[in-house]
Design a protein around this ligand. Structure first.
Ligand code: GLY
Length: 358
């Protein structure tokens, strides 16, 4: 079964690659095809993609991981595009997770002022979030996604079968974005996940393998609605950053440590901190969400000596305006938000609250 999300500029095709990619390619006349992978997706995913591509496409494999989302790796990708003599009628296929898709898309969108690219996400995070909505870029000077642009892909092909290539920790990481989408825009999906989590051992994602298609359909629908309404993040799209103002800073802080956090682990922690009511503010603690997140992701206290650096990192957040750190939190109604100004004492209060949870 294939579900099609028809966005204004491009389709997202959710279903087996065999039922989507060949028909889409057949309707186009690309001069050349170059596949970007990382070393993991080259081994585990490329053999599943290759049967649907024209004979002998070019292929480049980069090192996996956030640490490689750099200008140096971009140079490697651009060089491979020149070496393959791609012209502007060529197609780049990004086969990988969020890092590969953001960076491969960035290189494709800037090579000779832009060639078409498609996203074939292989992680849960990329399937439900990163591959959708045209945000491309790389990290720079220790800041996540500091350099980049908005440019939509020609299409996105989401095949849930790739989820079986993921280690459990990577699946849990992507699940944080599913939680985020459910919490901000789909009360039924949220209730469904909470109910499933009751019956699930700690440390596991509460979705059975056979249910991913439905869960992805609901989660992608939330993202599609937001990016269609606000493609360039002038308003409601900021809500997709729920959990990320604090989460990105925590992720960046631990990136250089011996025990980095995954993106989803950091965002889940950020969701707990950001959902906390303002001091004397309205609303109660979202204890159901806190329990779900602690059960799925465990607990990783943030050392107090990290607070100054975390505050400095939050000062670089792209939502900030006029020097104020801003975070978007969901309001009572689905797809409604409040944009809060975060002060340093408030950040510390929120992190201390998280530290005390167990
Ligand atoms: N991942 C957040 C966004 O696409 O806006």
């Amino acid at each position: 079964m294939v579900f099609t999300f028809a966005l204004p500029d491009y389709p997202i095709l959710l279903g087996p690659l065999a039922d989507t990619l060949p028909a889409w390619l057949a309707g186009r006349r690309y001069s050349n095809v170059l596949v970007f992978t990382d070393q993991n997706t080259q081994t585990h995913c490329l053999p599943r993609l290759s049967p649907f591509l024209p004979a002998a496409p070019g292929q480049v494999a980069i090192e996996p991981g956030e640490r490689c989302k750099t200008l140096d790796t971009c140079q490697q990708l651009w060089q491979s595009m020149f070496a393959a003599q791609l012209d502007r009628q060529a197609l780049v296929i990004n086969l990988g997770g969020g890092v590969l898709g953001d960076m491969g898309g960035f290189c494709a969108a800037t090579y000779k002022r832009g060639v078409d690219f498609v996203q074939v996400p292989t992680t849960l995070l990329a399937m439900t979030d990163a591959a959708i909505g045209g945000k491309l870029g790389i990290d720079f000077q220790g800041l996540k996604n500091a350099v980049g642009l908005f440019k939509n892909p020609a299409a996105v092909f989401v095949d849930p079968a790739f989820l079986d290539t993921l280690p459990p920790r990577e699946l849990r990481s992507g699940f944080a974005e599913v939680l985020k989408h459910a919490r901000i825009g789909d009360p039924d999906l949220w209730a469904n996940i909470l109910a499933r989590a009751q019956a699930q051992p700690a440390g596991q994602v509460p979705v059975a393998a056979s249910d991913w298609l439905e869960v992805l359909r609901a989660s992608i629908a939330v993202k599609v609605r937001v990016v269609t309404e606000d493609p360039l993040e002038k308003g409601i799209r900021a809500l997709l950053n729920f959990g990320h103002t604090i989460g990105h800073a925590v992720e960046s802080y631990f990136l250089e440590s011996d025990a980095p956090l995954t993106h989803g682990e950091a965002v889940a922690m950020g969701m707990i901190c950001e959902a906390l009511p303002a001091e004397n503010g309205r609303g109660g603690h979202d204890t159901a969400m806190e329990q779900l997140i602690l059960s799925c992701y465990g607990h990783r206290p943030i050392p107090e000596q990290a607070f100054p650096q975390l505050w400095a990192l939050m000062g670089q957040d792209k939502k900030n305006a006029s020097g104020a750190v801003r975070m978007a939190v969901p309001d009572a109604e689905p797809f409604s938000m409040r944009l809060l100004e975060l002060t340093r004492p408030d950040m510390e209060r929120r992190l201390r609250y998280y530290n005390r949870l167990v």
